[in-house]
Design a protein around this ligand. Structure first.
Ligand SMILES: [Zn+2]
Length: 127
């Protein structure tokens, strides 16, 4: 599978021409004229100011990863150390800045969606 991962969180201010970059979570940076700001580092993209005053200059890279399970698989997984749940995988993704694969799993007996379950917490595949 392929995933697009953010490597640079940045915008260019159309008023003053500054390129501003947020380098880590909660790193709030404003341009010199104060029209716009960026925040979030590589964790999330937050912008302040009018959208017409800046352009996105973010950078991404495409990474390949090999998940053990796929959408539609029924699996048993560990939740909060002692609880085991059984459900169907709804989506597969990886965390930015790492190659940790996680799954969103729908537990139909509850019914409830468990999000961001790391691959290491999946115990086994159920037929
Ligand atoms: Zn500016």
């Amino acid at each position: 599978m392929k995933a697009k991962i953010l490597t640079k969180n940045a915008i260019k201010c159309k008023k003053c021409g500054d390129i501003i970059q947020s380098k880590y979570r909660h790193n709030f940076v404003s341009c010199s004229c104060g029209a716009c700001s960026v925040d979030g580092g590589l964790d999330y993209l937050r912008r302040c100011g009018n959208q017409s005053d800046y352009e996105e200059v973010d950078e991404y890279k495409v990474v390949e990863f090999e998940p053990k399970y796929k959408t539609g698989d029924r699996v048993r997984f560990e939740y909060f150390a002692f609880n085991e749940e059984e459900g169907v995988i709804q989506s597969v993704d990886i965390y930015p800045n790492s190659v940790d694969v996680y799954y969103d799993i729908f537990v139909d007996s509850e019914p409830k969606l468990y999000k961001h379950i790391l691959e290491k917490y999946i115990i086994n595949l159920i037929d």
